[in-house]
Design a protein around this ligand. Structure first.
Ligand code: ATP
Length: 252
């Protein structure tokens, strides 16, 4: 597959909860081997979009493709190429760290020695190899996140989507996770969609998508979006685009 095919292509997607429109005609692209930040305040529609990408919800309006595979018509092909870190914690706290990974591997048809080796390698990568036997509940919030990222990568997806992965973590854990995920893009060519309301997590060369009240207001390289908005920086650009909305007070 060539790099010309987007890792993620969302086209004309709308979603409503009863009368409440959560997403309205949303289109965005995550290029292969790039870090793309999905920027939006609480209620922008980020989690709804993730629920559609991961098929928790059925896409009624529009289309979503992962590496060219439509999630509704070719779910197996699409989901095989997709790794997900949800906003809410999803580890089984009673299982050991290793068991959490092996369970995920089994869901993807990886078993036996291959699963054990991949789980160990994945834990080494996130610096938690020595915690493999510990029950997940003994880990800190930042360590749990790192295990969730290791788990999401076990089946070697080409696209990793993360919904507010650093929220609630201390500064050191946030930095470690950001570095690790950016390293995956740089060293392994994984495409990343990183949803956040923390504008400090954006770098000038990142691809960004500004989502506000269910609509995409701007997209492109962060530096270009700032220049096109005639803004001083990303914070200023976000405020201008959203008509004065500011990010939450939590800082990165
Ligand atoms: P947050 O960062 O707070 O999670 P978000 O950007 O992920 O915000 P969503 O959770 O997707 O935004 O919410 C988008 C809109 O849809 C909001 O107006 C929200 O109140 C509404 N919404 C989300 N889930 C539901 C639901 N299950 N039922 C009704 N409305 C919902």
């Amino acid at each position: 597959m060539t790099l010309a095919v987007a890792a993620l292509a969302v086209e004309g997607v709308s979603h409503s909860y009863g009368p409440r429109k959560a997403l309205q005609d949303v289109s965005l692209t995550v290029p292969q081997a790039r870090f793309t930040a999905l920027l939006g305040l609480n209620g922008a529609g980020k989690t709804t979009l993730f629920s559609l990408i991961t098929r928790l919800f059925h896409t009624r309006h529009g289309s979503i493709r992962v590496l060219g595979h439509p999630v509704d018509r070719e779910p197996g092909e699409a989901l095989r190429r997709l790794g997900v870190v949800f906003q809410a914690r999803t580890l089984d706290l009673d299982l050991s760290v290793r068991e959490n990974l092996l369970y995920h591997a089994a869901l993807h048809g990886i078993g036996g020695r291959a699963a054990r080796q991949q789980a160990e390698a994945a834990l080494q990568e996130v610096g938690l190899a020595e915690r493999a036997r510990d029950p997940a509940r003994r880990l800190s919030g930042g360590q749990m996140r790192r295990v969730e990222i290791a788990r999401a990568l076990l089946h070697r997806p080409r696209l990793l989507v993360l919904d507010e992965p650093t929220v609630g973590l201390d500064v050191a854990s946030r930095t470690a996770i950001r570095r690790h995920v950016r390293g995956l893009v740089r060293d392994r060519g994984v495409a990343v969609l990183w949803a956040t309301h923390l504008l400090d997590e954006v770098e000038a060369t990142d691809s960004i998508v500004v989502l506000h009240q269910g609509r995409v207001l701007a997209a492109g390289e962060a530096g270009c979006v700032v220049a096109e908005s005639r803004a001083a920086d990303i914070h200023d650009a976000f405020e201008r685009l959203t008509g004065g909305a500011t990010e939450a007070s939590e800082t990165a």
